[in-house]
Design a protein around this ligand. Structure first.
Ligand code: AMP
Ligand code: GLY
Length: 427
């Protein structure tokens, strides 16, 4: 079959690499893709917000399955648009994608269905004074302030004092970049614990856990500094013991999928459960309606099941017939970023050394471009280097031994990806 994969990050390179191994695949198109995806398929110049052009491409090129990588086209209703025209899509509908697209929707949903999460209240933007007086009578800090809508990771503030909440409320109200996302605000209880993510695939009826991972969101060593899209991930995460995985399945995954179905809003696609492992057990920090980036790059190399077969079965309501098989290796994914990221950074630096990386370590492209037939940096997160090993320690060692071979001016990466996982193994 012909497949169209939408997106252009490291996640999409990993997905394209995995799909390209399938015997079911005839032709893989990636839109818009990156120089990495061009090695395993054909990049096509389509904008993800132009739904009509995507439809025309699908019809002209006999595409049997469209796979949506990032959240934005899902929240904008691309799945609904293409399905109405009779095409098969992997990714949730607009209303189901609200689990990620609206924090208030997700919080209400979890409250109604007794799915463990933080306590919360929500306010409309016009209720600025009410939000402030609510915070003033609160005694416990920190509190978490969130813009309701998609804010590219910039809409969440953990506030230590009342003054900080006030400052952030003003920022959410006035910052032009956040103002759409912040039409509604959510104020949440701060949950204490370690974070981990569980990735689930669903066809609307049946849900199956693929694997778990742990992301490293902060730019600096030891989880310090600004938040980023993710500086590295490892999988599996030892914090997610067998018992905890069973609890997550029973208390979070299955109730989520069945309640969505009962609400007439079936969830088809990847459900990313961002969790806090608290003293009382696992609680949901956030749902996302797609694979995590860079968690996907650490997880897909472990998947023994044919990814295309899996995505196709989920899109066709036939997930029940498929077993998900994962190998027994650990994977460590380290993100190489442009110096300065997540603030301003320069682009166009030549990247060298990828060809020297040993064959057992994967290099996925994220923010790269080809300029005068040279590979150059084009984004904040540039490359994802993924090593594997029988132990987490081996996976980490192998990744860091190879990443050294790649260079570009002002390259930056964290040297402690996976270290938190090792601490659990020593317990
Ligand atoms: P979100 O976009 O909702 O995932 O939030 C981004 C990050 O903020 C999460 O990965 C957590 O590190 C942190 N966070 C969000 N909500 C909470 C909460 N209620 N308690 C503690 N940390 C939180
Ligand atoms: N790595 C976090 C995310 O994909 O949202």
């Amino acid at each position: 079959m012909n497949v169209l994969l939408l997106g252009s990050g490291g996640r999409e390179h990993a997905m394209a690499w995995s799909i390209s191994k399938s015997p079911k695949l005839d032709k893989l198109f990636i839109a818009p893709g990156n120089p990495g995806t061009a090695q395993v398929g054909e990049n096509v110049d389509l904008s993800l917000s132009e739904h009509q052009s995507i439809l025309e491409f699908i019809e002209t090129n006999d595409v049997a399955l469209t796979v949506v990588g990032p959240e934005k086209p899902l929240v904008e209703g691309l799945t609904d648009f293409l399905e109405e025209k009779g095409h098969k899509v992997f990714g949730p509908s607009k209303t189901a994608a609200q689990l990620e697209g609206s924090k208030k929707f997700a919080n209400n949903f979890m409250e109604e269905n007794n799915i463990p999460t933080a306590e919360y209240v929500s306010f409309q933007k016009e209720e600025f004074d009410e939000a402030l007086s609510y915070v003033k009578q609160r005694e416990e800090y920190p509190v978490v302030l969130k813009a309701d809508g998609l804010a590219g990771g910039k809409g969440v503030f953990i506030c230590e004092t009342e003054e900080e909440v006030e400052k952030r409320l003003v920022q959410l109200k006035e910052d032009a970049k956040l103002s759409d996302a912040a039409e509604t605000l959510v104020i949440e209880e701060f949950m204490e614990g370690e974070e981990a993510s569980v990735f689930v695939i669903s066809d609307g009826n049946t849900a199956k856990i693929i694997h778990n991972a742990q992301d490293h969101k902060r730019i600096g060593e030891g989880d310090t500094g600004l938040n980023t899209g993710g500086m590295g991930a490892y999988s599996p995460a030892p914090v997610m013991t067998k018992d905890l995985m069973m609890r997550v399945e029973k208390e979070i995954v299955l109730p989520t999928i069945s309640a969505m179905l009962l609400d007439g809003n079936p969830y088809k696609g990847i459900l990313y459960c961002g969790l806090m492992i608290t003293d009382q057990g696992p609680k949901v920090v956030e749902y996302n309606c797609r694979f995590g980036d860079p968690e996907c790059q650490a997880i897909l190399p472990s998947l023994k099941t044919d990814l295309l077969e899996l995505l196709d079965a989920a899109s066709s309501g036939e997930l029940e017939d498929i077993d998900i098989e994962i190998d027994d290796q650990y994977r460590c994914c380290v993100v190489m970023a442009s110096g300065g990221y997540p603030k301003a950074y320069e682009k166009g630096k030549e990247i060298t050394g990828i060809e020297d990386v040993s064959d057992d370590v994967l290099v996925f492209h994220a923010g790269t471009a080809l300029k005068d037939s040279k590979l150059v940096t084009e984004g904040g997160r540039v490359l994802n280097v993924v090593g594997s090993g029988a132990s987490l320690q081996d996976a980490i060692k192998s990744t860091y031994a190879q990443i050294k071979k790649i260079s570009f001016e002002d390259a930056y990466y964290r040297s402690d990806i996976g270290v938190k996982g090792l601490a659990h193994l020593e317990d």
